[in-house]
Design a protein around this ligand. Structure first.
Ligand code: HH2
Length: 288
């Protein structure tokens, strides 16, 4: 339970650096979509989105993840033009309002990444781990942006049909290791890279639980580990709770486990509450 102390180097994102020596950092989810699984439509208006982003930063978010495409199971892709129309005004608005924390853009497309980086984003959160758009690595390299490489089996449209693994932990770790090498070979320095086992992306509840239980194997890749457990379906399945907004305690339990197991970035919707969970975990670990 003291894994929290094993600290990788800071994650570099353009001119910003996110350090992990004071425990896990919180990434606030800012979905500018009509159809995200738990908050779709709530922040479709740019002003509401900017206000929510600023609120999350005030509540303790160390970075914000702005997305214009839902990747929930069954979701269809959203065009680059539509993603840009959704995310650029929000990223610009956040910067104009003086937001100082890093912003990542949740996209698989180079064109969206470039537009978001010009508007003031610092990193790209790519759930395809550079597999969907061959131009994305060059954009990340050119802007010296941070890059999250996430594991997914299948595509959002198909991934929950019948996910199958011989050994989910080994396969996900091997995939992420290979994607780190692919990103490095494409000229993206390792200090810009974080990895994510992709909770809920082509995984059963059992697969998700095993990945959380054996987080050490993902940490052994030596890159900061991002985890997105917030309000997800596996919690709903464990708790018998269909409504994503009522999965806060389940989210808190998974986050507490992840914090103590040494995850570095926790991607969550309920920033204020989860910041409290992380504070208590840290206080216990740091007690002398
Ligand atoms: N989960 C979601 C979206 N993006 N990115 C990373 N790196 N890791 C995740 O676990 C992750 C992610 C899904 O959550 P949400 O954004 O709330 O929903 P939707 O995809 O429906 O917009």
């Amino acid at each position: 339970m003291t894994h929290i102390r094993r600290v990788p180097e800071p994650l570099t994102m353009r001119d910003r650096r996110l350090a992990f020596d004071e425990g896990p950092r919180i990434m606030g989810v800012l979905n500018v979509t009509p159809d995200s699984f738990s908050d779709g439509g709530l922040y479709a208006d740019p002003r509401a989105a900017v206000e929510h982003g600023l609120r999350m930063a005030a509540d303790g978010a160390d970075l914000l993840d702005v997305g214009g495409e839902s990747t929930r199971p069954g979701a269809e892709p959203v065009s680059a033009g539509e993603q840009l129309r959704r995310v650029v005004p929000v990223i610009r608005g956040l910067r104009e309002a003086g937001l100082s924390v890093p912003i990542s853009v949740d996209t698989r497309l180079a064109e969206v990444a470039a537009g978001a980086l010009v508007a003031g984003a610092d990193a790209v959160n790519d759930v395809s781990a550079l597999r969907d758009d061959p131009e994305l690595a060059a954009v990340v390299r050119e802007y010296r942006a941070g890059l999250v490489l996430m594991h997914m089996q299948g595509t959002p449209a198909t991934m929950q049909r019948e996910p199958q693994y011989e050994d989910v932990v080994e396969e996900v770790a091997a995939f992420l290791g290979a994607r780190v090498e692919a990103a490095a070979a494409a000229g993206v320095g390792r200090e810009y890279l974080a990895v994510d086992p992709g909770i809920g992306f082509g995984k059963t509840t059992r697969h998700n639980l095993l990945l959380l239980k054996h987080l050490d194997r993902i940490k052994a890749l030596g890159r900061p580990v991002l985890l997105g457990v917030s309000r997800k379906r596996f919690l709903g399945e464990l708790l018998g709770e269909d409504c994503p907004g009522r999965r806060l305690f389940g989210t808190a339990a998974a986050v507490a486990w992840a914090a103590l197991a040494g995850a570095h970035i926790l991607r969550v919707h309920d920033v204020k509450e989860i910041a409290q969970v992380v504070m208590v975990c840290r206080a216990i670990v740091d007690a002398k």
